[in-house]
Design a binder for this molecule. Structure first.
Ligand SMILES: Cc1cc2nc3c(=O)[nH]c(=O)nc-3n(C[C@H](O)[C@H](O)[C@H](O)COP(=O)(O)OP(=O)(O)OC[C@H]3O[C@@H](n4cnc5c(N)ncnc54)[C@H](O)[C@@H]3O)c2cc1C
Ligand code: FES
Length: 295
């Protein structure tokens, strides 16, 4: 059992931070790795990135958005409650190395996955320019934390009430007019990572993305996390989750992520959950998919 020692609601309750006792994991975990958690004995195993590590205290931190049934169950856990089990660290640590200038691009919950990588880059001496965005101001997470590990932080939203009204990819294009970074790290919804990779490819800028396919065991046994990279099938749980964005088949990833959409919607209906956040670029991509089918 792994006890929750700190819990914070973020983004108006749509996202939750849990700091969890997991001393063995905290001793060896590195940025870029993830854990698989179960809320109770009958719960699903859910992959979550380790957003922060405190080896001294023996804790790890996860930040999750309420995306469906399991994460809604996670949200009900309070300080003092325990996860049934937390397995990890899983996946390969980030291979993003200190570079002269690094641009870190994060969308929505992806910022939680991006933060430990931006922090590592900054600690290793890189000049870090971060661009983070969300649908509206309330959904922007880890703003202060990202500011602390960035030389420059740009924030945008789809509504533009108090921040720039733009997509992170618009701001990236602007920054690339004045900067020639050594590396771009993009983490967020699949259409966002796809667009970032399309922008950087013709410019020959090394681009790393972190993929989030459906994972079941997280240890390379079930094959559910297959992704196509450079025409080859790769297992994201053991060979990733980071890959070269210029080589990823994002369309196939999107298709596979939506394979269980009907079952997921049914689970939400059964449990009366109505408020699920969806990225604007993802909505647009799905609209385009529907239009193509109609044509
Ligand atoms: C390596 C990795 C790291 C991740 N890190 C984070 C994180 O730090 N914060 C965060 O909010 N989310 C993270 N996710 C996504 C998170 O695992 C899913 O949102 C969660 O599993 C949804 O479960 P659900 O039952 O609440 O929703 P469901 O209704 O079951 O699914 C909602 C959506 O979540 C995705 N999903 C569902 N089951 C899985 C699964 N077993 N594995 C992967 N994706 C799934 C699918 O896209 C699905 O359409 C990560 C995923 C991976 C693979
Ligand atoms: S999650 Fe089963 S092989 Fe990767």
């Amino acid at each position: 059992m792994n006890r929750i020692v700190r819990r914070e609601e973020m983004a108006g309750g749509r996202m939750v931070l849990n700091e969890i006792e997991a001393p063995k994991i905290a001793r060896v975990a590195q940025p870029g790795q993830f854990v698989m958690l179960r809320a109770n004995e009958s719960g699903e195993r859910v992959p979550m990135t380790i957003s922060d590590i405190n080896p001294g205290k023996g804790t790890i931190t996860i930040i999750f958005s309420v995306a469906g049934w399991s994460t809604a169950l996670f949200k009900t856990l309070q300080v003092g409650d325990s996860y049934e089990n937390v397995v990890g660290p899983l996946g390969r640590p980030t291979e993003v190395e200190a570079a002269g200038t690094a641009i870190c691009v994060g969308g929505g919950t992806g910022v939680a996955v991006l933060y430990p990588i931006a922090k590592k880059l900054k600690n290793e001496g890189s000049r870090v320019i971060s661009i983070i965005g969300a649908r509206n101001e309330e959904l922007i997470i880890l703003r202060e934390e990202m500011e602390a590990v960035s030389d420059e932080l740009l924030v945008c939203t789809d509504t533009g009430t108090t921040e720039r009204n733009a997509l992170v990819t618009d701001l990236l294009a602007e920054v690339l007019e004045r900067e020639t970074p050594d590396v771009v790290v993009a983490i967020g919804p699949v259409p966002m990572m796809k667009r970032v990779s399309e922008i950087t490819k013709p410019l020959g800028i090394k681009t790393t993305v972190s993929l989030n396919p459906i994972m079941i065991d997280g240890t390379g046994m079930c094959g559910s996390c297959r992704v196509e990279v450079d025409g080859q099938m790769r297992l994201a749980c053991v060979e990733g989750p980071e890959f070269d964005g210029h080589k990823v088949n994002f369309d196939l990833l999107m298709e596979r992520l939506h394979s269980y959409r009907d079952e997921e919607m049914q689970a939400l209906e059964v449990h009366g959950i109505t408020e699920i956040h969806q990225c604007k670029m993802e909505e647009e991509a799905r609209k385009k998919e529907r239009e193509m089918v109609l044509e």
